[in-house]
Design a protein around this ligand. Structure first.
Ligand code: IMP
Ligand code: MG
Length: 182
C-alpha cells in the first residue's frame, strides 16, 4: 500500500482500477485490430507508464515509436500551433498507427497529431487515451478508446506531471489547488 502524496487531495484512480481497465481496453483493441501490424506511437512523456502497461496487453505484432510535442500558448489555452520536440524514428506511410496519449483535454494536441499523421500517409490513426476530460473539449476530436472519463480537475501520477513532478506516483491523484494556485 502506498500512502497518498501530501500534495494530492485524493486518489482518483487506484493502481488496481487502472490495471483492470487498461487490460479491458487493450483486449478490445486486440479484437478490433486483429490481423494488423500497427505502430504504437507513445506521446512523451505523460504516456510512458500507460504505454508500457497497455502494449504489454496487446497481442498484435507491434512496432514501437515515440513523439514529444508541446502546444504553444499560455496556461490553459492553445494558440493553434503544435511544436514537435521529438519526431518519429520510423516511416508511417501506409501503416496503421495507434497513438497512445495520457489525457485528452481541449483535444488540440490529438487533433493536430492525427492530422499530421494522416498527412504523412498513415493508413489509419487510432487514438487510445488513458483519461478524458470531456467537459473541456474545444476541438472536434474524440479518442477511439478511452480508459476513464474524469472531471475537470488537475490530476497527476501514473506518468502525468505538474512541472515535471509526480510522474512516478503509481496511482492517479487530484493535485491540491494550493500547489498550483500560488
Ligand atoms: P490538450 O491539447 O488540451 O488536449 O492537452 C492535452 C495535454 O495537456 C496532455 O497531453 C497533458 O500533457 C496536459 N494535461 C491536461 N490536463 C492535465 C492534467 O490534469 N494533468 C496533467 N497534464 C494534463
Ligand atoms: Mg502530454
Amino acid at each position: 500500500m502506498h500512502t497518498i502524496h501530501p500534495d494530492c487531495e485524493k486518489i482518483l484512480l487506484t493502481e488496481e482500477q487502472i490495471r483492470r481497465r487498461v487490460t479491458e481496453v487493450a483486449s478490445k483493441v486486440n479484437c478490433d485490430l486483429a490481423g494488423k501490424r500497427p505502430v504504437a506511437v507513445g506521446i512523451l512523456k505523460g504516456s510512458i507508464i500507460f504505454y508500457a502497461d497497455f502494449i504489454r496487453c496487446i497481442s498484435l505484432p507491434l512496432e514501437l515509436d515515440f513523439m514529444a510535442v508541446s502546444s504553444y500558448g499560455s496556461g490553459t489555452t492553445s494558440s493553434g500551433k503544435l511544436k514537435i520536440k521529438k519526431d518519429l524514428d520510423g516511416d508511417i506511410k501506409g501503416r496503421d498507427v495507434i497513438v497512445i496519449e495520457d489525457i485528452i483535454d481541449s483535444g488540440f494536441t490529438l487533433a493536430c497529431l492525427k492530422k499530421l499523421l494522416l498527412e504523412r500517409g498513415a493508413a489509419s490513426v487510432t487514438i487510445v487515451t488513458l483519461l478524458d476530460k470531456h467537459e473541456r473539449r474545444t476541438e472536434d476530436i474524440a479518442s477511439d478508446y478511452n480508459c476513464f472519463e474524469i472531471p475537470d480537475e488537475f490530476v497527476v501520477g501514473y506518468g502525468l506531471d505538474y512541472n515535471e513532478e509526480y510522474r512516478s506516483l503509481p496511482y492517479i491523484g487530484i493535485l491540491k489547488r494550493s500547489v498550483y494556485q500560488k
